[in-house]
Design a protein around this ligand. Structure first.
Ligand code: NAP
Length: 412
C-alpha cells in the first residue's frame, strides 16, 4: 500500500493507496450542490470480482449529481442503505477518464495500466434478465453508475464494472475524454436504440437544449447520419453555436410563452391560446428547415415545460424520445394528437455496452466532438454543479480535473 497522494498526483501505476481524496455528498448537506459537495478523505473501496479500479484523471460533470446533491427525486444514499450498502455518503461522478490501477479476480479484458473512459450503464451480472441476454439497461438491476451507485469519478479512484470500461481515444486530452460519454451514449440510445424510429437520412430532428450536454451530442449524431437537426435554445449565441455543430437552424424558445402544462381540454379559450403558441413554434421550425416538415424525432429532456409542444409538433408516425424531466414530471400528453396521428412517446435511459462502444468509436474516429466546455479544479466540483443547475457558464460539457495536474495532458 502506498500513501495518500495529493490531487493532481498519482502513485506509481498499480500501487493502490488505502485512502483517497473525494468530493462527498452526505444527507445532512443535501441542498445547493455548492455546499452539498465537500472534500473528504475516505478509504479506497474494495473490488468485486468483475470490478475495475481506475485512477481518475478527469471527471465529467452531469446533471444527475445535481439531483444527488439535492436528494431529489430520490435520496440515493438511503436507497443504497436500504439495499444493504454500509456507506452513509455518496461519491458521484458518471464520467471518468483515467488509468486502470487494479482489476477484480474475474476480469479478463481490462489490464492494469490501460488508459480508459467509462460509460454509465451498470447492472447486476446475476440478474436473471441479464443472464437471459435481454437489453441490460431495461433490467430490474439496471442503474446509472456514479449516481445510483457509489464510488464514481469524484474521487481519486473510482470503481466501475469491467463491461463499462472503454478505450480512451488517444487524440483526446484527459478532460476532453471525460466530457461526453454519459450524454453521448444516452443520445446514441435515444436516437438509434428504438427500432422503427431510429435516425435515417433526411430525417428532421428537433433537439431541445441544443447547446447543452445532451443537445451537442444529439446534433452531431443527427448530422453524421444525414439527418437535419433544428436546435431549440434560449439565446441567439447558443443557436449560432448549434449551427457550428451542424444544426440547420435554431428556434429561440424565449420568443414563445405557451410552456408548461396546457389548459384543460374543456377550457376552450385557454386551449385556443395554447394551440396558437404551439402552432407558431411549429412554424418557426418549418422556417428553419425552409419547408413544411415536422420533426420525425423530437429529442426531449426538459419534460413538463416542453412535452406537450413536442408531442404536438412531432410528425405522424414519429417519435418523441425522452430521457429526463428537468423542468418537472407532470408532462401532459393530449391524446387527441397522440393516438389519431399515431405518434410514439418513448422513454430512454442510460446505455448498453454495444451502444456505448459504437458512440466511443465515433469519438475516437473524430466524427463526434465531445464539446468540452468549462474545466474546473477538483475543489470546484460543487460549484460546477451549481452553475449547471443555474444554466450558467459556457456551452457543452463541464469537466473537473482530478489526477491531471493541469489541462491539456493525456493526448497521445
Ligand atoms: P445541460 O447541459 O444543463 O443542458 C440542458 C439544456 O436544457 C440547457 O442547455 C438549456 O438550453 C435547456 N433548458 C433549460 N431549461 C429549459 C426549459 N425550461 N425549456 C427548454 N429547455 C430548457 O444538461 P444535460 O446534460 O443536457 O442534461 C439534461 C437532462 O437530461 C438532465 O435532467 C439530466 O439529468 C438528464 N439526463 C438523463 C440521462 C439518462 O440516462 N436518463 C442522461 C443524460 C442526461 P437553453 O436554455 O439554451 O434552452
Amino acid at each position: 500500500m502506498s500513501r495518500l497522494v495529493d490531487i493532481g498526483q498519482l502513485p506509481p501505476v498499480g500501487e493502490v493507496p488505502d485512502q483517497m481524496h473525494a468530493q462527498v455528498v452526505r444527507s445532512e448537506r443535501f441542498g445547493d450542490p455548492e455546499t452539498a459537495f465537500q472534500p473528504e478523505v475516505v478509504e479506497v473501496p474494495e473490488l468485486g470480482p468483475n470490478d475495475v479500479l481506475i485512477a481518475v484523471m478527469a471527471a465529467g460533470i452531469n446533471f444527475n449529481n445535481v439531483w444527488a446533491a439535492r436528494g431529489i427525486p430520490i435520496d440515493v444514499i438511503a436507497v443504497r442503505q436500504k439495499a444493504g450498502e454500509p456507506f452513509d455518503f455518496h461519491i458521484g461522478g458518471s464520467d471518468a477518464s483515467g488509468i486502470v490501477y487494479a482489476v477484480g479476480d474475474a476480469v479478463e479484458h481490462v489490464s492494469v495500466g490501460e488508459e480508459v473512459v467509462t460509460h454509465h450503464g451498470w447492472w447486476d451480472p446475476a440478474d436473471p434478465w441479464i443472464k437471459a441476454g435481454k437489453d441490460p439497461m431495461i433490467a430490474p438491476s439496471a442503474s446509472i453508475w456514479g449516481y445510483n451507485t457509489n464510488f464514481g469519478s469524484f474521487g481519486q479512484f473510482c470503481v466501475a464494472q469491467s463491461h463499462q470500461v472503454m478505450p480512451k481515444a488517444p487524440r483526446l486530452t484527459w478532460e476532453e475524454a471525460a466530457a461526453s460519454s454519459l450524454v453521448g451514449t444516452t443520445a446514441y440510445r435515444m436516437l438509434l436504440g428504438w427500432e422503427g424510429n431510429t435516425l435515417k437520412e433526411d430525417d428532421v430532428v428537433l433537439v431541445w437544449g441544443g447547446s447543452g450536454g445532451l443537445g451537442t451530442q444529439a446534433i452531431q449524431l443527427a448530422t453524421t447520419h444525414g439527418a437535419r437537426a433544428v436546435a431549440v435554445v434560449s439565446s441567439d449565441e447558443r443557436g449560432e453555436f448549434c449551427k457550428q455543430l451542424g444544426a440547420v437552424g435554431y428556434v429561440n424558445r424565449r420568443n414563445f410563452d405557451h410552456w408548461g402544462v396546457p389548459p384543460h381540454w374543456k377550457d376552450s379559450e385557454g386551449q385556443r391560446e395554447w394551440t396558437a403558441g404551439a402552432r407558431a413554434f411549429g412554424k418557426a421550425v418549418w422556417d428553419q428547415l425552409g419547408e413544411r416538415r415536422n420533426p420525425d424525432i423530437v429529442f426531449e429532456h426538459p419534460g413538463e415545460a416542453t412535452i406537450p409542444t413536442s408531442i404536438f409538433v412531432c410528425e405522424p408516425g414519429g417519435m418523441v424520445v425522452s430521457c429526463a424531466g428537468t423542468t418537472g414530471f407532470t408532462a401532459v400528453v393530449d391524446l387527441r394528437y397522440h393516438w389519431v396521428r399515431q405518434k410514439r412517446f418513448q422513454g430512454s435511459h442510460g446505455t448498453n455496452d454495444e451502444q456505448a462502444l459504437a458512440y466511443n468509436q465515433m469519438v475516437a474516429d473524430g466524427k463526434i466532438d465531445p464539446c468540452l466546455g468549462d474545466v474546473f479544479r477538483f475543489e470546484e466540483i460543487g460549484r460546477a454543479h451549481h452553475e449547471m443547475e443555474a444554466g450558467a457558464g459556457s456551452y457543452g460539457n463541464r469537466v473537473a480535473l482530478v489526477g491531471a495536474a493541469e489541462p491539456g495532458q493525456g493526448r497521445r
